[in-house]
Design a protein around this ligand. Structure first.
Ligand SMILES: Cc1cc2nc3c(=O)[nH]c(=O)nc-3n(C[C@H](O)[C@H](O)[C@H](O)COP(=O)(O)O)c2cc1C
Length: 740
């Protein structure tokens, strides 16, 4: 709900809010620019009388002196028929130069205040400020929910690159944006008198004026006691008007000064409402607080970036939205499917289940978990398919489910099966599904099947769960889920290196390029484009074996900037795709698409990186080393079977050691005398590993699930003396796995 509100108000207001913030960001430079022009050092000892005295000879026709919040002093004067304005050095009264507001800044100010449209534009600017406030507040609440509460506000953010960028930038800019939007809204409300205008409360004109011969301005006692630092404006009386008075405005109030006696005739100190107005004005413009202005300007610059990433997130969500056909009414359905999803992919699985059950003749009702009802009169079975989000938290379409369930006094007497969707890379794998299962059991809800989990939206695991469902339905349910994936590209095999046949682990490093011709053309050559889609080492390539629409995913051992798409594939005896790939000859083609995997990357910075893998798990790890042009310390632990047969990337790794892209290579082999596994080497290197962890090391593990759990167990023992464990490292974002 909140997300829909956030997206909708963002879409409605984007253009206006972006214009408002870009112009605001430019205006935020104004106080700093003015300050750099003003010579304000050492001015505190000078009084207004002294300053005005210094101007008598140079500017006999002075009409007004102003001090801007930046500290600049400007004198407005007449000289014969001419009028002018000069910037003044407050210490000496000397002219710094002619003063005029920059026409560009004036234009930008108009754009900011009214979109150059006068009064109607001011209304629009006010409404845009209101939307900006709504967007920022709703975004802040979503961020807090996503991170699991405000206490965790500095937690690392997971997710696809655009989502992380949107949220990271928002997290940094949120306070500045709330300040700019709320103060802008206040000022707008004041302009339209929605709240009383306190910006110019003035004293009444004095009832008695001396009328004697005007004294020299530098002798006027009232002006002698006002330091220049508290002064804002002095308006001179008309020359030769004996009843004229000086009008003075300071930081504390305003009043009139008798030109003959120098006495303060009437004075009005600012009340609290005016002080509040001035404070809000300063917060909004940064006038008088140039550093705040700059901070607000920088926050404002985040808005165009967030608008762009926000629109892209919204668009990809919309693209992946699923339509459920033949959705029976809840009261008529014999089968209920409830869905907990954040980014819609679980809806795709729910649709596959819905369609398969419908084909078997069931009346199926599918809805979000938040829409759980109290009573399903015809229902015989129920399925709850749910993802996990944040750090083991609820996905959007199930965020009220547990509360609603807790409030139910009588639960429907329908057996239920929970299916969790998650990613083992997260420490809290399928946590929400586990909580749902536990809550249902506590409520005494009958179970149809025990909880099952699906890692990384695996269609194979989903199909296996379908078999279990078949057994309770007494009907053969075939679940063929074809995930919606991006359009595929044709790639040509240009090189292959084969290993491991002698040790029954046939493994090939395969290098692909775009077909000849696809990256020709002047622009592509100028930009040195390889014709490959963009990807980094550690991302995944989905390959569609001929005759199948279900892709198989392989971790990428290269980045697109390396000019090739490289994968490392072990031939599995029954493997459809690995068999197909191993059968490829140079020049053969495959259909492939990229799936980004942004959380499996070395962190930036100089902390050591410890890469651990076995077998083909070396793929992304070698890609990280290859692209380590900055020579950050990288230690590689890798396990194979035999140094003679399956030492994958042996030549390259030795070259990377020499050119310092790799700091230390620790290969381990299992089928040699005194063979060992990678976890044994980790136990052996305990002292060194503890030292590296002390230096802030990050771990990246790639390979089979068994290897990964043995490594985690070994490492838990190694780091126990430091008082931490692998779960802590995971929570800190310092332990990441890509396991299969
Ligand atoms: C930001 C983010 C946080 C996630 N957190 C978890 C998590 O804590 N535990 C887990 O098992 N999966 C986690 N996942 C993986 C999702 O549950 C998984 O990709 C799921 O299939 C997404 O389904 P959906 O597209 O329907 O939201 C997370 C994914 C993202 C993008």
């Amino acid at each position: 709900m909140l997300r829909q509100f956030h997206s909708l108000s963002g879409l409605i207001a984007t253009l206006f809010v972006v214009l408002l913030t870009i112009s605001g960001a430019v205006l935020s430079l104004d106080p700093l620019l003015e300050r750099s022009q003003a010579k304000i050092a050492g001015t505190s000892s000078i009084s207004v009388a002294e300053l005005a005295g210094k101007l008598i000879t140079r500017y006999p026709g002075t009409e007004q002196i102003q001090r801007h919040p930046s500290g600049s002093i400007i004198v407005y004067f007449t000289d014969g028929d001419q009028t002018g304005a000069d910037l003044i050095n407050p210490l000496t009264g000397a002219t710094i130069g002619a003063y005029s507001s920059s026409p560009i800044m004036v234009w930008i100010k108009n754009l900011h205040r009214s979109y150059l449209l006068g009064t109607p534009g001011r209304v629009v600017a006010g409404v845009a400020a209101f939307f900006m406030l709504l967007l920022t507040l709703s975004g802040a609440v979503m961020l807090i929910n996503r991170l699991g509460g405000w206490r965790h506000i500095f937690r690392p953010i997971q997710g696809p690159f655009k989502q992380r960028l949107h949220t990271e930038v928002g997290r940094v800019a949120v306070l500045g944006l709330i300040l700019s939007a709320s103060t802008g809204l206040y000022m707008s409300a004041m302009t339209f008198e929605l709240i009383p205008d306190y910006s110019s409360a003035e004293p009444g004109f004095p009832t008695h004026v001396d009328g004697g011969v005007p004294a020299s301005i530098d002798t006027l006692s009232a002006l002698k006691v006002i330091p220049i630092t508290e002064f804002r404006e002095l308006v001179y009386p008309y020359p030769d008007d004996p009843m004229g008075v000086y009008s003075i405005t300071t930081d504390q109030g305003s009043g009139f000064v008798d030109q003959a006696t120098g006495q303060l005739l009437s004075y009005q100190a600012y009340g609290n409402p005016q002080k509040l107005y001035e404070f809000i004005y300063m917060l909004h413009t940064g006038e008088g607080l140039w550093w705040l202005g700059l901070l607000l300007g920088l926050s404002a610059l985040a808005v165009p970036l967030m608008a762009w990433t926000g629109i892209q997130i919204w668009w990809s969500r919309k693209q992946s939205a699923t339509t459920i056909n033949h959705n029976s009414a809840a009261r008529l359905a014999d089968t209920i499917i409830l869905v907990g999803s954040e980014n819609n992919s679980t809806w795709g699985f729910a649709k596959t289940l819905h369609d398969a059950l419908h084909r078997l003749g069931f009346q199926v009702h599918t809805a979000s978990m938040n829409q759980i009802g109290h009573h399903y009169p015809q229902a015989k079975r129920m399925f709850m398919l749910t993802a996990t989000y944040g750090d083991g938290d609820t996905p959007a379409s199930a965020n009220h489910f547990l509360t609603r369930l807790a409030k139910m006094t009588k639960t429907p007497d329908v057996p239920v099966a929970v299916l969790g969707f998650g990613d083992r890379q997260f420490p809290e794998f399928c946590q929400f599904a586990k909580e749902v299962e536990a809550a249902l059991i506590t409520k005494g809800w009958p179970q149809l099947l025990p909880l099952e989990t699906i890692h990384r939206q695996s269609p194979q695991e989903f199909a296996r769960w379908g078999q279990a469902v078949s057994s309770v339905l007494d009907k053969e349910l075939t679940l063929v889920h074809i995930p919606v994936h991006p359009a595929s590209t044709t790639l040509t095999l240009v090189e292959r290196v084969d290993y491991g046949t002698a040790v029954q682990a046939p493994t090939a490093v395969l290098r692909f390029k775009s077909p000849e011709g696809s990256h020709k053309g002047l622009l592509n050559r100028l930009l040195r484009r390889s014709g490959l889609p963009h990807f980094d080492a550690g991302d995944l390539v989905g390959i569609l074996p001929p005759g199948s629409s279900v892709p198989r995913f392989y971790s990428l051992a290269s980045a697109s900037k390396n000019g090739v798409l490289e994968i490392c594939v072990r031939h599995h005896p029954e493997g459809v795709c690995s068999g197909f790939l191993h059968g490829l000859a140079i020049g053969d083609t495959v259909e492939a698409f990229i799936k980004l995997n942004p959380s499996f990357r070395p962190a930036s910075g100089k902390a050591p990186i410890i890469l651990i893998g076995a077998g083909t798990g070396i793929g992304p790890l070698v890609g990280f080393i290859r692209n380590n042009k900055a020579h950050h310390p990288i230690h590689l632990y890798w396990g194979g079977r035999s140094p003679q047969s399956d030492f994958l990337y042996e030549t390259e790794l030795k070259r990377y050691l020499k050119d310092k892209r790799l700091t230390k290579l620790n290969p381990v082999f299992s089928r040699i005398s005194q063979g060992a596994y990678v976890q044994n080497k980790i136990t052996e290197d305990d002292v060194e590993l503890r030292q590296l962890i002390g230096e802030g090391a990050q771990f990246l593990i790639c390979g089979g699930r068994n290897m990964a759990s043995s490594v985690a167990a070994a490492l838990d023992k190694v780091i126990a003396p430091l008082g931490i464990d692998v779960a802590t490292l995971k929570a800190q974002g310092r332990y990441r796995e890509d396991v299969y």
